[in-house]
Write a protein of this length. Sequence first.
Length: 146
Amino acid sequence: MNEDNTRIRLIWHGVFIFLIGLLTGLLIKHLHNPRMGMSAHVEAILNGIFLIVYGGIIWNELRLSDRISKALLVFLIYASYFNWFFILLAAIFGTNKLMPIAGKGYSAPEWQELLVNVGISTVVLSILLTTAITLYGLSRRIKNLN
């Protein structure tokens, strides 16, 4: 796997998601649940910064096989985009079961609650896998330092 291409790809996606976050901020007042819309705005900004840092600093420090690196890249990109998407969807629908604080006072049909819940659950799984793989790749790097 070409490390420089992957780093640039991560940084590009980071800047793009950051832009999505800025644009989402312009929509907040038009969403069914503006508080949840603010959450989507912040998620996109933070995910963008995360990918920029990941591509700029962390990626080069990992010691992973090509296969695991490719899986990690997919998990990173998936989690970053869909974290924003499903929270934005919650703001549009007005769901509240998964995030009762940001969704307080709102309700949505059960299918919308289920869609957001399943979507966020896949994002959480992706973030957990990303974190575990990252720690594994960094620990292999640390072992090589000794």
